[in-house]
Design a protein around this ligand. Structure first.
Ligand code: DOR
Length: 427
């Protein structure tokens, strides 16, 4: 790759340099100027080269909900968003709760030939919250971690057993914290729920389960990961856990950083997401916690649904919004361009940090590292237009936002899997 600017993740500097890649083994051979001649030269002049991103939380819907997304369409969307790896949640139909189903996801991922799709395995069979899955068997089949995402494990005793077993296996458990006895059929955070006359989903349903699972993590020694943290109280609990040295990490979504319940348009159920958009104070607390490192990483919780499914009103519309193709431009524009965070810090929290939390191979801009790279255009400002998405899902409330930082090219394992200049993903 020739003529690009390389971001130094240590000091945030950018320097023009070429990268020589060994595509057969998917590794970076050397970085610098006047490198030996390559078989093929890719011109990346004007672009900034970054390690490809890692998303610890996506929903690619296969098997069972292929009309919303397939592993192939989701993986194409991921590489268009600059991602080299994603962790795919198991709330499919059937759920990913056996080794055979894990192998199915890995097979579909290999066929798609875009990004690395790492399956998450269910904590409980069929995500029913009644019996644990066979963690050792799921681990041998290749899961990156365990989660019942989409649902919380309601039974504290079962979760305790799960965390003891997970600690023995070394697998990270990613929790969707939602106490259903508190959340009920709530769809929005209290002030918005009142305004639009729909049932409320109070924040205590999330924080109560986070508190329980942090205590259990301390008791069992398990590695716990908090999915989509959205509350000031959750951030305080997380800070408490970290101060006690617990093995805990947490993610926040772009929508919980950039939107609050005050942003919701009553006519647009694309704002319906779980956990719901919270108060402005909660949003600010999550942002502060992400900036100071209490919240470790970004996750999109990319959750595609069709427009028809979403067009049935607040009570019945499914929760979720897509985000994998727009997360970097959104956060580059709203955090880096505004001087809240350095580019290198944002990139680390979208690549190395999630990879470490789930023991995934990490890419990096140095000789010998995995050649998972993305080249982004930090100059061109463009409106978010869902009809340009590769994802089948168009359900985003960010339509029309003007952002810069668009990924132009993505390489995974030394192979070019996305090139916007050729207007299509090559698989
Ligand atoms: O909004 C959400 N949608 N939150 C979740 O936890 C699950 C996800 C989905 O699967 O659609």
């Amino acid at each position: 790759m020739q003529g690009g600017c390389l971001l130094d993740l240590l000091d945030n500097s950018q320097e023009q340099a070429d990268i020589l890649i060994e595509s057969e083994h998917g590794r970076i051979l050397s970085i610098g100027k006047d490198l030996p001649e390559a078989e093929q030269t890719i011109d990346v002049a004007g672009l900034t080269l970054l390690p490809a991103f890692v998303d610890p939380h996506v929903h690619f819907r296969e098997p069972g909900f292929e009309h919303k997304e397939t592993i192939a369409s989701g993986a194409k969307a991921a590489v268009a968003g600059g991602f080299g790896s994603v962790l795919c949640m198991p709330n499919t139909n059937p759920p990913i709760d056996t080794p055979e189903r894990v192998e199915y996801v890995l097979q579909k991922s290999a066929e798609a030939g875009a990004c690395r799709v790492w399956p998450m395995g269910c904590i409980t069979r069929e995500q029913k919250g009644e019996q644990l899955t066979d963690f050792a068997a799921l681990q041998s089949a290749g899961v990156a971690g365990l989660s019942d995402d989409g649902k919380g494990v309601q039974h504290g005793g079962l979760m305790r057993q799960a965390l003891f077993a997970a600690a023995a296996s070394g697998l990270t458990v990613a929790i969707h914290a939602e106490d259903e006895t508190i959340a009920g059929k709530g769809v929005l955070h209290p002030a918005a729920a009142k305004k639009f006359s729909v049932p409320e989903q109070p924040g205590s349903s999330e924080s109560a389960m986070i508190a329980r699972d942090l205590l259990l993590a301390e008791e069992t020694g398990a590695r716990l990961h908090l999915c989509h943290v959205s509350l000031e109280s959750a951030v305080s609990l997380l800070a408490w856990a970290k101060s006690r040295g617990l093995r805990v990490t947490a993610e926040v979504t772009p929508h919980h950083l950039l939107l609050s319940e005050e942003s919701i348009d009553e006519e647009n159920t694309f704002y319906k997401v779980n956990p719901p958009l919270r108060s402005e104070d909660d949003r600010k607390a999550c942002l502060r916690a992400f900036l100071d490192g209490t919240i470790d990483m970004i996750a999109t919780d990319h959750a595609p649904h069709t427009e028809e499914e979403k067009a049935v009103g607040w009570l019945s519309a499914p929760f979720g919004m897509v985000g994998i193709e727009i997360v970097f431009p959104l956060l580059y524009t709203h955090l880096v361009s505004r001087g809240l965070m350095s580019l290198s810090e944002l990139v680390k929290r979208m690549s190395l940090v999630p990879a470490q939390a789930f023991n995934l191979p990490a890419s990096g801009l140095r000789p010998g590292a995995l050649a998972d790279l993305t080249a982004v255009d930090l100059q061109t400002e463009r409106r978010i237009e869902p009809n340009r998405f590769y994802s089948k899902g168009r359900n985003t409330p960010f339509t029309g936002w003007m952002v810069r930082g668009w990924p132009v090219m993505t390489m995974v394992d030394g192979k070019m899997v996305f090139d916007a200049r050729q207007k299509e993903v090559q698989c």
